[in-house]
Design a protein around this ligand. Structure first.
Ligand code: NG1
Ligand code: ZN
Length: 528
């Protein structure tokens, strides 16, 4: 631990600074993060010793502005680090310089960590100007505790999750290289699109907004693997514009408008990634110039419809469910439950909650409305699909469906939401079904909705229940919301404290945009 004291003085903590490991790790102005990065290198090393597996550390602040940065830890199977260790992360990040060793010893003791155990840490970073030195601070932390590290350099968040999972499953999930990732995904994509025989070149075209971030770089790298089965026009590739500025998935979802810097003809498909390429949303502009957003809910609907049809064709008895949050558009939930007859679950905001709920089904499709999501297949489901696909006696229709399911398993990144992987699956589904983006959009109509942010002195006074759909404190708030909601048709509204920003979020939906806007405004007044 001598080495730790020596090296930590090169990454000193500003006295008094307090940060919290939130919904998506630490996230704040990059200038405040050097000590946090060093310490997350230390913590990842301890986590690796504890789990006797490789741990990931991703340096990114996703959709935040370029000046910010952040860090998240990735557990052995590629999932988010467990809550207890999020707590340790907060303790370690906030320990004053002279208390760091004691804080570290505390974790070692509580977790009974064998310090002679080997440690391996994979590190990745996004394209922010601060990411290079911050990821070096992580690497310094790892080496201070004698851990081994592998620096993947510039990768998307989901690529790093994928590498960690591959490494810890001895290659069963794939090869732990960026090249291996492209090969696996693109091969599955091409096999899927082989089933779309009458797809024209026009239908193979997609405009991608790379948010001036890492996703753009990686789409470029991947292109040659696609063998012209998908023609991508890449915009906001980072050569001119600023990261996430007036572009990217978060901008498009919240503004309900096209990103700047993209050229897209009426009726054509476009999609936007966020700054670390773990979110994706689709859109098109109709002949009247009207913008149409296809968000995470529409994506979940498209994917679950496709999977359900394949399960029927394959005559496989597997239970499929869709997991959403309170932000899911009410129309999507109705459509999924009443028309598609799939199980729908609602969890708290934050990918780890959705991921966890999705694990309880044979096939769990989970998406946040903002476009973060993926599909999870249970081991048993994967085995059944494989058996059928390889069964020489199975009839042709069943076998074709099983093969499509198998390639779907391979194209999707099951470790975490992945814009690139989701994009390939969506493009394959549209091609196979011969579906236009307008037809996809018409599956159901979104209820008009509005999201607002409210600044309050202490957002933690708001406490929620029922997957954040109802407020239990402060007293009277829920009653006030209920009576406002009653004034409008098809209305719903809720409030919750953000886990990533110092604001309270207000969501409202109603029969008309005017009503949704009014309701959101009235509810935000009730929050003060
Ligand atoms: P918060 O700030 O807790 O609402 C936001 C998103 C989440 C999730 C996290 C992490 C909304 C309403 N909230 O969380 O869905 O993606 O950021 O990035 O979009
Ligand atoms: Zn992101």
């Amino acid at each position: 631990l001598d080495e730790v004291s020596k090296k930590s003085s090169l990454h000193p903590k500003p006295a008094g600074l307090v940060l919290q490991y939130g919904t998506a790790g630490f996230r704040t102005n990059a200038k405040q993060l050097d000590h946090v990065m060093f310490r997350m290198g230390l913590l990842a090393t301890l986590r690796s010793k504890k789990t006797e597996a490789t741990i990931g550390v991703m340096v990114t602040a996703s959709h935040n502005p370029e000046e910010d940065n952040g860090v998240k830890l990735v557990d052995p199977m590629g999932e988010m680090v467990t809550p207890t260790w999020e707590g340790y992360a907060t303790q370690l990040a906030n320990a004053e310089q002279e208390d760091l060793l004691a804080a570290l010893k505390d974790v070692i003791e509580k977790e009974a960590i064998n310090m002679s155990q080997e440690a391996n840490v994979f590190v990745g970073k996004d394209t922010r100007s601060s990411s290079a030195s911050l990821s070096q601070a992580v690497l310094d932390g790892v080496s201070a505790l004698g851990g081994h590290s592998k620096d993947y350099g510039l990768v998307t968040t989901p690529q790093l999750h994928y590498m960690v999972c591959c490494q810890n499953t001895q290659g069963k999930y794939g090869e732990a290289t960026v090249e291996g990732y492209y090969k696996k995904l693109c091969q599955a994509f091409i096999q899927l699109t082989n089933n779309a025989s009458n797809c024209t070149d026009d239908q193979k075209h997609l405009s991608v907004d790379g948010a001036n971030g890492i996703g753009a770089l990686k789409v470029r790298e991947m292109e040659s693997h696609l063998k012209k089965e998908l023609h991508i026009s890449l915009f906001n590739d980072g050569s001119k514009g600023k990261l996430n500025h007036q572009c990217g998935a978060d901008f498009v979802k919240v503004q309900q408008n096209a990103p700047t810097g993209i050229k897209i003809n009426p009726g054509e498909r476009g999609c936007s990634f966020d700054g670390d390429a773990d979110r994706i949303v689709y859109y098109y502009i109709d002949s009247e110039g009207q913008f149409h957003l296809l968000d995470g809910d529409k994506i979940a609907t498209l994917i679950s419809t496709f999977l359900k049809e394949l399960l029927t064709q394959a005559a496989l008895d597997l239970k499929i469910a869709v997991v959403q949050t309170a932000y899911a558009n009410g129309s999507s939930t109705h459509y999924l439950e009443d028309t598609m007859k799939v199980i729908v679950r609602c969890t708290k905001t934050g990918v780890k909650h959705l991921h966890h709920a999705a694990q309880e089904f044979d096939i769990g499709v989970y998406f946040e409305a903002n476009g973060h999501g993926t599909v999870l297949f249970s081991k048993a489901a994967e085995e059944k699909i494989q058996q059928l696909a390889e069964n020489p006696g199975a009839d042709d229709e069943r076998k074709r469906a099983a093969l499509l399911l198998q390639n779907t398993v391979n194209v999707i990144n099951q470790t975490v939401g992945d814009a690139i992987s989701d994009m390939l699956l969506i493009e394959a589904i549209l091609a196979i079904k011969g579906m236009t983006i307008q037809q996809w959009d018409a599956i159901y109509s979104d209820l008009p909705n509005r999201q607002l942010k409210v600044k309050v002195s202490d957002r933690r006074v708001i406490d929620t229940t029922d997957a954040e759909r109802r407020a239990v404190s402060p007293a009277g708030l829920q009653e006030a919301i209920d009576s406002l909601v009653k004034k409008y048709r098809q209305a719903r509204s809720f409030v919750r404290p953000s886990g990533t920003e110092d604001v309270v979020r207000v969501y409202a939906e109603a029969e008309t945009q005017e009503s949704a806007d009014d309701l959101a405004h009235e509810v935000s007044l009730a929050v003060y």
